[in-house]
Design a protein around this ligand. Structure first.
Ligand SMILES: Cc1ncc(COP(=O)(O)O)c(C=O)c1O
Length: 287
C-alpha cells in the first residue's frame, strides 16, 4: 500500500468551509498584497506568542535570515546553533554571511546542549539560534543567561514549535526574536510557503520590516527574500485563523498505540516527562 508522505485531507475537510469563505473574502476585497488579513494574522500570532511585534515574511528560512541581518550577523561574525535541525537554520546563517558554529545536542531531547555553548563562544559570536525541534522547546534559561552575559542576540527557531511552551512561556517569547514557518506540513501549515518574524525587540522588528519594505534605513534591499506579499500569501493568511485553535488541540492530543510500538513510544514519552515544565506540540511524532 502506498502511504503518502503527507496527507492533510482529513484536516482540510474539517475546516474546509472556513477556508473557502476566507479565501472568497480575499478575492472580494482584492487586497492581495499585505492588507487586513496579513495584519490580522500578525496580531493574532504576536498575541499567541506573547510578544508585541510580528511581521509576515516569505518563509521560515527568510524569517531567520531577516532576523540575522537585523541582528548584525554577517561577514566576520559567528552564530551558534545545533547541527540537528532542518538545513535552513545553518543555511540562513551562511546566507547572512556569518559562520555557523555547531554545538552538540542533548541525548534526551535532541535539542542543543546549553552546557556546551559557552566553550564555543568567541569575540565574534553575534547570535545563538536554539531550535525547538519536533515541537519541543530547547532548554532556554541557561541559553538566555549566557546570551545576557556575553551580550549576544538569541533567535528562537520555532519553525516546528508554534504553541509549545517552556516553563509556561511560549516559544518565541523568550529570546530577542523567533522565526515561525507556515510550510504546509507544519503545525500551522498554510497553502504554500510562508513565515513570520516574531519579536519583543522593536529594533529587530524595525530592521526586518525595513528590509521587507525597502524602507529608508534598509540594511540592504533583499527583493528575493521579501516576497510574502504575493497572492498565495494572502490566501494562506485567509486560512490560518481556525487553525490556531487546532495547534492547541494537537498539543493536547494523546497517542493510542498497541504492542511493541506502544512500549517503545511509552519509553520515549516517559523520558520526556522528566523534563521540567516543557509543553510539547508534537511536530513529527516519528515511530
Ligand atoms: C527547524 C526548522 N527551521 C527552519 C525551517 C524553514 O522553514 P521554511 O520551510 O518555511 O522556510 C524549517 C522548515 O522545515 C524547520 O523545520
Amino acid at each position: 500500500m502506498a502511504i503518502p508522505l503527507l496527507d492533510l485531507q482529513t484536516q482540510h475537510q474539517s475546516i474546509r468551509e472556513e477556508i473557502d469563505a476566507a479565501v472568497s473574502e480575499v478575492f472580494v476585497s482584492q487586497q492581495f498584497i499585505g492588507g487586513a488579513k496579513v495584519e490580522a494574522l500578525e496580531r493574532a500570532l504576536a498575541q499567541y506568542a506573547g510578544v508585541p511585534h510580528a511581521v509576515g515574511v516569505a518563509s521560515g528560512t527568510d524569517a531567520l535570515l531577516l532576523l540575522l541581518k537585523a541582528a548584525g550577523a554577517g561577514p566576520g561574525t559567528e552564530v551558534i546553533t545545533t547541527p540537528f535541525t532542518f538545513f535552513a537554520t545553518a543555511g540562513a546563517i551562511f546566507n547572512a554571511g556569518a559562520r555557523p558554529v555547531f554545538v552538540d545536542i542533548e541525548p534526551e531531547t535532541y535539542n542543543i546542549d546549553a552546557a556546551q555553548i559557552e566553550a564555543r563562544m568567541t569575540g565574534r559570536t553575534r547570535a545563538i539560534i536554539p531550535v525547538h525541534l519536533f515541537g519541543q522547546c530547547a532548554d532556554m534559561d541557561p541559553i538566555l543567561d549566557l546570551a545576557k552575559r556575553h551580550d549576544v542576540v538569541v533567535i528562537e527557531d520555532a519553525a516546528q514549535a508554534i504553541g509549545a511552551r517552556y516553563k509556561g512561556r511560549p516559544a518565541c517569547s523568550m529570546g530577542h526574536a523567533g522565526a515561525l514557518s507556515f510550510f504546509p506540513s507544519k503545525n500551522l501549515g498554510g497553502a504554500g510557503d510562508g513565515g513570520m518574524v516574531v519579536t519583543r525587540d522593536a529594533a529587530l522588528e524595525a530592521g526586518a520590516e525595513d528590509v521587507i519594505t525597502d524602507g529608508d534605513g534598509a540594511i540592504e534591499v533583499l527583493t528575493d527574500y521579501a516576497d510574502f506579499e504575493k497572492v498565495k500569501a494572502a490566501l494562506e493568511v485567509a486560512g490560518f485563523k481556525p487553525e490556531i485553535a487546532e495547534v492547541t488541540m494537537r498539543a493536547e492530543n494523546t497517542i493510542d498505540l498497541e504492542g511493541d510500538d506502544a512500549a517503545r513510544m511509552q519509553k520515549l514519552l516517559d523520558a520526556l516527562e522528566d523534563l521540567d515544565d516543557v509543553q510539547d506540540v508534537f511536530h513529527n511524532a516519528v515511530l
